[in-house]
Design a protein around this ligand. Sequence first.
Ligand code: GLA
Length: 376
Amino acid sequence: MTAAEVWFAPGRANLMGEHTDYNEGFVLPFALAQGVTATARVRDDGLLVLRSRQVPDAPVTVDLDALAPGSVTGWAAYPAGVAWALRAAGHAVRGASVDVDSDLPVGAGVSSSAALECSVALALCSLSGVSVPRRALATIAKRAENEFVGAPTGIIDQSAALLCEEGHALLLDCGTLGTTQVPFRPAAAGVSALVIDTRVTHALVSGEYAARRAECEAAARLLGVPALGAVTDVRDLDRLTDPLLRRRARHVVTDSARARAIAAALEGPGAVDAAVGASNIYAFIGKLLIEGHASLRDDFEVSWPEADATVETAVAAGAYGAKMIGGGFGGSVLALLPAGRAGALRAAVTETFTGRGWKPPEFLDAVPSPAARRLF
Ligand code: GLA
């Protein structure tokens, strides 16, 4: 048997810029320590044999030459889609046996799909002796998700999995794909970043995500711009006479501006590492998080009751701020809080949930971590 290679790709949390990626606006994600591990061995029979520790069924076996959108469904569509997209981009990917394992909650808005795609993409490239620059690989993995899986998502998740750096958030201009690494070390400032999984799962292939995307595209067409990311002054949105489209567009324009404002605050001289002034910066960022959540709830209408209750409870329990992350309609909330308040905040959010008869939430420490890499 040939030697196995083990590749890891992280999930992500997003400080700001939700639903701005497919609008060519700004996003500010950071990679989590949790992610997907792909253990892969090359095969000579042109088959892709996929197993998941989280789905202990028979392995899914696909013939690389027979791959076509729609030919594989369920979890295996993501890794199979990556092999399909790599081949469609002209890369001679070889057959492989791939075992995946994950410590990310699925459907929780922390990008388990992109972690799966990117860990497998790197493993397949390496086993096949194919070298693809990471930015191009992000686009290929996104194509797998858009065209093979059928989820019309943007580029944030794959970019975060492949390009983030430890101790940094990634400011990504989704129009140009230009990136800036922004120092983000909350622990060094006595701040805790917490992902709170509301245990309401979402599915991006469902219609609401696509509907929001279509509304944004309609707004851009009416404004005569290629994408809403091109609008920087909200007053330009007054030209939209449809109040629903105006609200959708206002979310995109203001969230993109908030992403840039948070990046600028984190980049400020000594902002993150110096104890002096750090709490002011997090108080400022926290306010923007709260504003961002309100915008997702009221203007973009993608929040859900458990997320709203989490944000409210977290802020009442002393968080600087909190917001939902990911596509919405289920998933997680990111909270920034003084580290000393973490225990009380967890207890308060759990109490809110149990008091309303909801499944208790789960908590994940969100530590800004490195991008995908080979482990062995
Ligand atoms: C999902 C998608 C991303 C992005 C977010 C919302 O995570 O995969 O492309 O649109 O929703 O910010």
